[in-house]
Design a protein around this ligand. Structure first.
Ligand code: PLP
Length: 425
């Protein structure tokens, strides 16, 4: 099946239950096992089925099955937000004394989570320049547990040297994690390029209308074989004391052990679970993801071309532009070279950026991306404000940088709005 069909049909058969055409919202905390034996069987995984909604829920199951199929992965697990997805994906691989290697150009919230909060848990981050990944191999040691990057970074809209990164990771048997939020499975098929885990802020393009928070983690079909008997990942290959001595690696023939361990251990203990009504919202979003992405990309391309020739704009980052440093990578990695809906551009100063932001009429001043409505942000004073000046420089966010998330309105109306706003720059 093609992605557009999967996004509408996978994981739910309207001929089951009462035949509801829209996926039912199972708004229940817990599920009646019927017999004590069934209860025991579900807990020891001899039988699969709902237990308690912190762990599993039929509405979430449908979303997860549909999303894993769409992303061409083995299995998916949803989370209450993108941040929770990032934390779970990394905490499933690393623990105190370990390190993770992280691209410099990533979302500000991921950066604070990984480099500051996770450091307090004893997990150290080592930063690498993902534009070329030349220094990556020298940062790896026996305690390295993951390599993390964004396939299209927010807000720089940079594209890493993905195949170089995954090749180095494979040589050292290390799991690669790509935050595929901005590209989505529609534009970037991560597993085809050797990535092991994808994750998403589903809050963005997946939901698509700025009304649901959520996250997704997806494992590749090859991930089980990378984890089993790999000395880098002892907790997949030794008894889990917290789950009556279960060895995840021994279940690899029947389960995706990466998402299983998140569910049985991290989700059980930390509980950043998606709500069934949010899962329903994301299922609605998935149905139109493909057509929305086409329109976001078409609009962004036109707007980037307009900004690229505007005399007050110093530079524009959009990999759909032929003069963009990531144009070749966009052609290589992204479907039809389409570069999603984010654009960043630089004006001469913070003051000029502020005047332009305050003068737009159709763009809302919002720290979100991936909405049907167009959004405008000043990253240095908002999404990336927790970073020091030095850190901002490292991640390529300047004082005069503006980020746009282009919606699906009429492109000419958006251009007219930016034109009048730029008169005030
Ligand atoms: N990853 C990226 C690329 C993001 O842009 C964001 C949020 O902006 C996140 C992760 C975090 O997602 P959430 O806000 O759903 O927690």
């Amino acid at each position: 099946m093609n992605q557009e069909t999967i996004a509408i049909h996978a994981g739910y058969d309207t001929k089951t239950g009462v035949g509801a055409m829209s996926v039912p919202i199972y708004s229940a905390t817990a599920f009646d096992f019927g017999t004590a034996q069934t209860a025991a069987n579900r807990f020891c995984l001899a039988e699969l089925g709902p237990i308690y909604s912190r762990l599993t829920n039929p509405t979430l199951d449908i979303l997860e099955t549909r999303f894993a199929t769409l992303d061409k992965g083995a299995a998916a697990i949803s989370t209450s937000s993108g941040q929770a997805a990032t934390f779970f994906a990394l905490a499933n691989l690393a623990q105190v004394g370990d390190n993770v290697i992280v691209a410099k150009k990533i979302y500000g919230g991921s950066s604070t989570l990984i480099t500051h909060t996770m450091k307090r848990f004893g997990i150290n981050a080592r930063l690498f320049d993902s534009d070329n990944a030349d220094e990556l191999e020298s940062l790896i040691d026996e305690n390295t547990r993951a390599i993390f990057f964004e396939s299209l970074s927010n807000p720089q809209i940079a594209i890493p040297d993905i195949e170089k990164i995954t090749k180095i990771a494979k040589k050292h048997k290390i799991v690669t994690i790509a935050d595929n939020t901005v590209a989505t499975p529609v534009l970037f098929e991560a597993f085809k390029h050797g990535v092991d885990v994808t994750l998403y802020s589903a809050t963005k393009y997946i939901g698509g209308q700025g009304n649901v928070m959520g996250g997704m983690i997806v494992s590749s079909k090859e991930l089980n074989s990378l984890l089993v008997n790999n000395p880098r990942y002892p907790h997949f290959n030794e008894p889990d004391e917290s789950y009556h001595g279960l060895v995840y690696g021994t279940l690899a023939a029947n389960f995706d052990i990466f998402t299983l361990r998140i569910r049985l251990s991290l989700m059980r203990d930390i509980g950043a679970t998606l709500s069934p009504s949010s899962a329903y919202g994301l299922i609605q979003g998935l149905e139109t993801l493909s057509i929305r992405m086409q329109k976001h990309c078409q609009n962004a391309q036109k707007i980037a071309e307009f900004l690229n020739t505007h005399p007050k704009v110093k530079s524009v980052n959009y990999p759909g532009l032929k003069n963009d440093p990531f144009y070749d990578k966009a052609q290589r990695y992204l479907k039809d070279g389409l570069a999603s809906g984010l654009i960043s551009f630089d004006l001469s100063s913070k003051e000029a950026a502020t005047r332009v932001i305050n003068s737009t009429k159709l763009f809302s001043i919002v720290v979100n991306i991936g909405d049907t409505k167009s959004l405008i942000t000043h990253p240095a004073s908002t999404t990336h404000s927790q970073l020091s000046e030095e850190e901002l420089e490292k991640v390529g966010v300047g004082a005069g940088s503006i980020r746009l998330s282009i919606g699906i309105e009429d492109a000419n109306d958006l251009i007219e709005d930016l034109k009048q706003a730029l008169d005030n720059a």
